[in-house]
Design a protein around this ligand. Structure first.
Ligand code: GLA
Length: 395
């Protein structure tokens, strides 16, 4: 049996540093239920933090030179950096930091840019979030390190501020131009609730998970490829469309400001690919607006249909799906007890999210796994997930 990542982090800490960790922390992954590729268009997203997480065992380091020693237990690798080496993305030995080490280093960089104390730390982290699967493993790493440095630094930031600093680390240090959704969900998660974030005002609230409904994640086992370039290209197309449309719609700042009617009237001005990308966003913002009252009123069948529409739009207009995600969503949508199924996260591989009637969950999972395997020859992982609280220290 493999060790739980919390135990793996503590155990590895004791072995590597010869003492008990002073603290343990965790930051959850997230699943996005609706509002895909709209966070960087000022839209609305409905994610939840889930019960898969990155765990950290940590203690202040006894280093006058400010060396932080970070161990990635899942890769059996270690990185050492200092306040001087961090801005150049190198370790204390001046060699470039490994890709995984750029997440903790990026968080240290973003925190100190803001003027917060980032004490030297000894830490081991481990995770049960599959990487490259659309569940935000990287945001959970960022948020767990933010929590650890907060604990040692003696300062305290509201969770949304932590999320913004994590996003800054990813945008400016790691170099992925992501929106705010993932870090937000990891920082602000609430047990047994969905989250609703207005990505323009950053106001947020929770929404109920409809009664008798389970959130089921189905991992295609296909891992993302070329995500950063595909993602950044899509983001650029959205910005281009705003520039063109603003000639007729002065005052728009983002695609969120464009109604479906205005879009239909003006879309002929856009190059064909840009038009498809922008149409997805404009319609997805409209879908989320329609979906919010449905969730509040427990109208799960209608909400599920909107999820299915979202999948079709990500497949045909935004073109971020892959055949395996389409197969997984299509099988699920035809099974009894399934209200809605769609790819979740950035796409290009990874997982689908399914809302399923609780009493039908076991049959649903077995049939979905069997049929997917028959059709693709790939073994999926399917699990029921529980909405959970956000990043925090646990002892
Ligand atoms: C990734 C990004 C998020 C968001 C989603 C797509 O997970 O990190 O900011 O844009 O893709 O909705």
């Amino acid at each position: 049996m493999t060790m739980h990542p919390k135990d793996l982090a503590s155990h590895t800490f004791r072995k590597r540093f010869g003492k008990d960790p002073a603290y343990l922390g965790l930051a959850p992954a997230r699943v996005n239920i609706l509002g895909e590729h709209v966070d960087y268009n000022d839209g609305f997203v409905i994610p939840a933090a889930i019960d898969r997480a990155t765990y950290i065992a940590f203690a202040p380091a006894d280093s006058s030179a400010g060396h932080s020693t970070i161990v990635a237990a899942d890769f059996s690798q270690e990185a050492v950096f200092t306040p001087e080496s961090i801005p150049t993305k190198t370790g204390a030995d001046r060699a470039p930091l490994a890709e995984w080490a750029r997440y903790p280093a990026g968080v240290a960089w973003a925190l100190s840019e803001t003027g917060l104390t980032v004490p030297a730390m000894e830490a081991v982290f481990a995770s049960d979030v599959p990487r490259g699967a659309g569940l935000s493993s990287s945001a959970s790493v960022e948020m767990v390190f933010a929590i650890a440095w907060q604990t040692l630094g003696g300062w305290s930031l509201p969770p949304m501020q932590m999320a913004l600093l994590g996003q800054k680390a990813e945008n400016k240090y790691v170099g992925v131009n992501c929106g705010i959704m993932d870090q937000f969900a990891s920082a602000c998660g609430v047990a047994d609730r969905l989250l609703l974030l207005d990505c323009r005002s950053l106001e947020w609230q929770t929404l109920p998970i409809p009664e008798n409904t389970a959130i089921v994640i189905a991992d295609t086992s296909v891992r993302r490829k070329l995500t950063a370039s595909g993602y950044n290209e899509r983001r650029q197309a959205c910005e281009d469309s705003v520039k063109i449309l603003s000639k007729d719609l002065p005052g728009i700042k983002a695609l969120r400001d464009v109604s479906v009617e205005d879009f239909n009237r003006l879309c002929g001005q856009l190059p064909p690919v840009v038009e498809k990308r922008a149409r997805h966003v404009v319609e997805e913002v409209e879908r989320s607006r329609r979906a919010i009252p449905l969730l509040e009123q427990g109208k799960i069948h209608e909400f599920g249909r909107i999820m299915n529409e979202c999948h079709a739009s990500l497949r045909d207009l935004y073109e971020v799906s892959v055949p395996e995600l389409n197969t997984m969503a299509e099988i699920a949508q035809g099974l009894s007890g399934c209200f809605g199924a769609r790819l979740t996260g950035a796409g290009f591989g990874g997982c689908t999210v399914n809302l399923v009637e609780k009493s039908a969950v076991e049959k649903f999972a077995a049939k979905l796994a069997g049929r997917y395997q028959t059709r693709t020859g790939l073994k999926p992982e399917i699990y029921i997930c529980h909405a959970s609280d956000g990043a925090r220290t646990i002892s």
